[in-house]
Design a binder for this molecule. Sequence first.
Ligand SMILES: [Zn+2]
Length: 206
Amino acid sequence: MKVDQKTRKRFWKMVRKDGASGCWIWIGSKTQGNYGSFGVNGKTVRAHKFCWEMANNRRVPSGLELHHRCTRKDCVRPDHLELVSHGANMAEAARRGVFSGERNGMAKLTDDDALWIRALFALGESPKEFAERFPVKEREIYNVVKGKTWGHVKIPENLPPVDVKEVILDLLPVLEGLYQLRVERGQPLPESFGELCRNCAAILLQ
Ligand SMILES: [Zn+2]
């Protein structure tokens, strides 16, 4: 599996080493099931899988999966992962009582998910692209966007005061990821994106 320098650099920028556990924690965007997700060649892939494949210079063989021996799903450290059969991985998850967040037909969205889906859509993201991050089928994502389902979920009133600078600092990796994804796909950024970035910069410089 050939990975160019630029992609590697972009990948490692999203990894922080956790001293206590030795885990390499993904700080970029995550799936509903708390796996890291990474945009490469116009696709969203699991960060830990990508890392394992990069380290081992081969794909995960079909029919096999990577199991987190450290139990941290957002860890991408290759030697914390082992190849197992799908059945073994599911059995292990069931044993630990962990809900995998996979598209298993039983997964449900939360109120927060519904809000987040509408926010992504409002930001100009395509439901087709971000459906991957949620544990339901694409059709369900469209239903949420259109308000056919989860219509009862409204933006909460009386939100607690937030430290805007702190929020922006948290948001920066997301904005950067969004920017890079668009550039990779040759897609224009929403007009509002530049304005958002300028406003963020102005607030941080205050
Ligand atoms: Zn780990």
